[in-house]
Design a protein around this ligand. Structure first.
Ligand SMILES: *[C@@H]1O[C@H](CO)[C@@H](O)[C@H](O)[C@H]1NC(C)=O
Ligand SMILES: *[C@@H]1O[C@H](CO)[C@@H](O)[C@H](O)[C@H]1NC(C)=O
Ligand SMILES: *[C@@H]1O[C@H](CO)[C@@H](O)[C@H](O)[C@H]1NC(C)=O
Ligand SMILES: *[C@@H]1O[C@H](CO)[C@@H](O)[C@H](O)[C@H]1NC(C)=O
Ligand SMILES: *[C@@H]1O[C@H](CO)[C@@H](O)[C@H](O)[C@H]1NC(C)=O
Ligand SMILES: *[C@@H]1O[C@H](CO)[C@@H](O)[C@H](O)[C@H]1NC(C)=O
Ligand SMILES: *[C@@H]1O[C@H](CO)[C@@H](O)[C@H](O)[C@H]1NC(C)=O
Ligand SMILES: *[C@@H]1O[C@H](CO)[C@@H](O)[C@H](O)[C@H]1NC(C)=O
Ligand SMILES: *[C@@H]1O[C@H](CO)[C@@H](O)[C@H](O)[C@H]1NC(C)=O
Ligand SMILES: *[C@@H]1O[C@H](CO)[C@@H](O)[C@H](O)[C@H]1NC(C)=O
Length: 396
């Protein structure tokens, strides 16, 4: 009875021990942090790594290798790595490794190897170091042309994104903007002014790689303006000069003149002159200012040639004048007529004068009446001397 109770516990302990040591995959393993690394040429790459093994084991040896074999060689004994590889881990669970002066040929599969007092372990499938060397940096702007008052973000672009918390340095016209490290690899310029224009470049602190210059062009929002050298109305026959004024930055290089709804330009140069203008020149004109990198159109101005309107006004004026003259004449005639009537009424009491007048009129009428027979007489004369129109003779 006592024996049996004494015998029972050992299998239980044994089972528990077996479970602890051999259960599934746990107990043994290597975990690598990242496999794809973006690095600047010559920089240091760190591969975070942890490993585990069953309790009761003592770590005898740890190293990194790039060969998956039964008895892999230690990388630190490889002449290509010996000066650059450094084991940052320990003999417990940290197997972090660093590789300095990284180069393209370092892109490879690496394994962590650890040997305990009882066993050996190779951390397959390993970690593939995919090194993208940054050989060039590039400044990218959030806008090609930035209008004054807007903000612009400059980004220091590289072939891959650096994850090691590198510090970026910014330069404007080769002058360090050390105080301006806004966000990771970005430079944010708020409410830019024209004097923010310039050549920007970036670099990574601690590395001698600098990006080429990127020109940031801060332009003025001002549109070109047109001035017309005429005060007031433009009359037919005038000479008119339109001048295009641009405050653009960089300064304007080319001026081109256009008339609205005409396909081709009408002129070039800062001024556009029309001599001996006529109504056909009327229309909306605008200038287009060409800079090194862009063009700006002015607001169109109306050139309104007063020609037909003048004639129209003249005609109206003449008509009014004519009407006035007519009315005046009418009034004068009426006054005269009134006067005459008045004088007639006064003279009515002396009929002698009046009868004389009527007699005169009668005589005149008679003379007029008699003219035709005279004509008849001449006619007869020219044709024949015969007595064809004797009655005419009678009248004379
Ligand atoms: C490595 O691990 C440390 C600590 O966990 C962490 O701060 C660091 O960012 C890691 N590095 C990489 C490259 O993952
Ligand atoms: C491993 O060691 C490195 C170097 O000492 C350290 O930076 C890292 O944080 C450690 N990793 C862990 C998981 O403790
Ligand atoms: C552990 O390492 C020592 C010396 O480093 C060596 O003598 C011993 O044989 C190793 N033990 C095993 C189990 O590999
Ligand atoms: C700025 O640096 C570039 C390259 O380093 C150089 O070619 C250029 O002459 C420099 N410009 C000025 C104004 O210093
Ligand atoms: C740009 O000009 C503004 C005034 O117009 C001035 O306040 C600012 O300091 C100038 N910035 C630089 C970098 O010269
Ligand atoms: C910017 O660089 C260009 C050529 O890359 C140069 O012509 C220009 O003068 C530079 N501008 C400034 C402000 O340095
Ligand atoms: C910058 O790096 C290149 C290539 O690694 C090297 O040839 C050059 O000497 C370095 N220049 C400086 C000033 O460190
Ligand atoms: C406008 O300029 C032209 C040429 O300069 C000139 O002939 C014309 O008289 C000017 N007109 C006025 C109204 O000043
Ligand atoms: C200026 O105009 C001329 C002719 O119209 C053209 O050949 C030239 O390319 C223009 N220049 C610019 C900077 O637009
Ligand atoms: C230009 O043409 C369009 C369509 O033909 C017309 O609607 C517009 O009024 C014209 N503008 C001028 C200024 O003549």
């Amino acid at each position: 009875m006592v024996m049996s109770t004494m015998l029972a516990p050992p299998p239980l302990i044994f089972l528990l021990m077996i479970h602890e040591v051999y259960s599934a995959d746990d107990g043994w393993g290597v975990h690598y942090s990242s496999s794809s690394i973006c690095a600047l040429k010559g920089s240091t790459v760190i591969i975070n790594c942890t490993y585990k093994y069953p309790t009761g084991h003592q770590i005898n040896n740890t190293f990194w290798t790039k060969i998956n074999s039964a008895d892999p060689p230690d990388l630190s004994e490889d002449s290509e790595y010996s000066q650059r590889i450094q084991y940052l881990g320990d003999k417990h669970h940290n197997c972090t490794m660093s590789l300095t002066d990284v180069r393209q040929t370092d892109s490879h599969k690496y394994y962590f190897r650890f040997i305990t007092d009882k066993n050996k372990w190779l951390g397959v499938p390993g970690v593939t170091l995919d090194i993208t060397l940054i050989t060039d940096l590039q400044v990218q702007s959030s806008g090609e042309r930035v209008t004054e008052g807007h903000s612009v973000t400059l980004t220091c672009k590289s072939s891959c994104s650096l994850t090691d918390g590198s510090t970026f340095i910014w330069y404007k016209n080769n002058q360090s903007l050390s105080e301006r490290t806004d966000r990771n690899n970005q430079l944010i310029l708020q409410s830019v002014r024209r004097n923010d224009s310039g050549n920007y470049s970036c670099a990574v602190q601690g590395h001698n790689l600098t990006s080429p210059h990127q020109y940031l062009n801060v332009i003025s929002p001002d549109k070109p303006e047109i001035s017309v050298n005429s005060s007031g109305e433009i009359m037919e026959g005038d000479s008119v000069t339109l001048t295009c004024k641009s405050k653009s930055n960089p300064p304007a290089q080319n001026y081109t003149w256009f008339k609205v709804n005409e396909t081709s330009s009408v002129g070039s140069g800062q001024t556009y002159s029309i001599t001996n203008i006529n109504s056909r020149h009327s229309g909306w004109f605008y200038c287009e200012v060409q800079n090194k990198d862009r063009s700006q159109k002015s607001v169109a101005v109306l050139v309104n040639v007063k020609g037909k309107m003048m004639i129209f006004h003249l005609i109206i004026g003449l008509l009014i004048l004519g009407a006035v003259v007519f009315i005046v004449v009418l009034i004068i005639w009426r006054i005269r007529w009134m006067k005459k009537r008045n004088s007639f009424q006064t003279v009515h009491h002396s009929p002698s004068h009046d009868s004389h007048k009527t007699c005169d009129l009668y005589e005149n009428l008679r003379t007029a009446d008699d003219s035709s027979p005279v004509y008849g007489n001449i006619k007869t004369d020219s044709y024949d001397e015969s007595n064809l129109s004797s009655p005419v003779y009678e009248n004379i």
